[in-house]
Design a protein around this ligand. Structure first.
Ligand code: S6P
Ligand code: ZN
Length: 193
């Protein structure tokens, strides 16, 4: 494809990422997931429900982004993912996790703050967990579902994510399959089982 044939070209731009705070001050989209959005994801559903009693429905994680429009092949999407610390029963807070709708698209996560793991799996049954700490870059290859898990205990896990503009999010398959491993705290230790 020549430059003239590329559809919907956009002009170059620059955006500030505050590396100390782990924020993108100019974000225009703010996606919020509350505890109630996580029903069905944790091993101990009763422990999750006990968090949601009455009017309480605490914040679980957020995504801050400035979408690159249109979301098409050849462009890159980027965002900040911020996952709160905590546990549901013994299981550390985590994101829902997803495959990409266009499954053969990769993603890069650069951890800016906090600590935890990127838990990954393929539909074929492979599973991997990469430790995340400030400065760690995790490469999620095509076809790998990915979920972040905050094991820090007391601070948010914040990452800068970059992925192809046409990748999309497929939550349905992972919701049906689950991940083969979960991350718990047992006797003060982090256990992946
Ligand atoms: C997007 C990227 C992240 C996640 C975010 C929330 O491809 O992987 O921005 O969207 O960490 O996780 P999830 O699984 O709820 O989308
Ligand atoms: Zn993704």
């Amino acid at each position: 494809m020549t430059p003239g044939e590329y559809p919907n070209p956009i002009d170059p731009f620059a955006v500030l990422i505050d590396l100390e705070k782990g924020t993108m001050p100019e974000h225009t989209n703010h996606l919020v997931r509350l505890a109630s959005d996580m029903r069905g994801y944790y091993a101990d559903s009763r422990a999750l429900e006990s968090l949601i009693s009455g009017d309480a429905d605490p914040l679980h994680y957020e995504v801050f982004e400035i979408p690159v429009i249109p979301e098409q092949a050849g462009q890159l999407m980027y965002c900040i993912s911020k996952l709160q610390p905590g546990k549901i029963g013994d299981e550390f807070f985590m994101t829902k996790g997803h495959y990409h709708t266009v499954a053969d698209t990769a993603e890069i996560y650069l951890c800016l703050k906090g600590g935890g793991y990127m838990l990954m799996k393929t539909a074929g049954g492979k599973c991997a967990a990469e430790k995340m700490a400030r400065g760690t870059m995790v490469y999620v290859p095509p076809f790998w579902a990915h979920r972040s898990v905050n094991t820090s205990g007391d601070e948010p896990l914040i990452s800068f994510c970059v992925y192809p503009g046409n990748a999309g999010h497929n939550y349905g398959d992972i919701e049906a399959e689950g991940f083969p491993k979960r991350i718990f705290e047992r006797d003060g230790k982090i256990v992946i089982e």
